[in-house]
Design a protein around this ligand. Structure first.
Ligand SMILES: [Zn+2]
Length: 73
């Protein structure tokens, strides 16, 4: 099974790996609800695409929330 992590915001490919079987626990997916999984995971027969937020977008979001915080206070 091919695992593909892509950024939900900018659609950049973040990481790609091959696994023999998908261990949701190991991948940190077991904490998600069924709805959330459906939302971020696209699964086909031989690959699984997982939408995450890349470092770049995360940094950008941090900056935005920082600015917003400063505006509020
Ligand atoms: Zn991104």
């Amino acid at each position: 099974m091919q695992l593909i992590y892509y950024c939900d915001r900018c659609n950049n490919l973040v990481d790609e790996l091959d696994v023999e079987e998908v261990d949701e626990e190991k991948l940190g997916l077991s904490i998600l609800t069924a709805d959330e999984k459906e939302d971020i995971i696209k699964k086909t027969d031989d690959k699984m695409e997982i939408g995450i937020i890349c470092d770049e977008c995360e940094t950008k979001e941090d900056l935005v929330s920082l600015v917003n915080d400063n505006l509020v206070h």
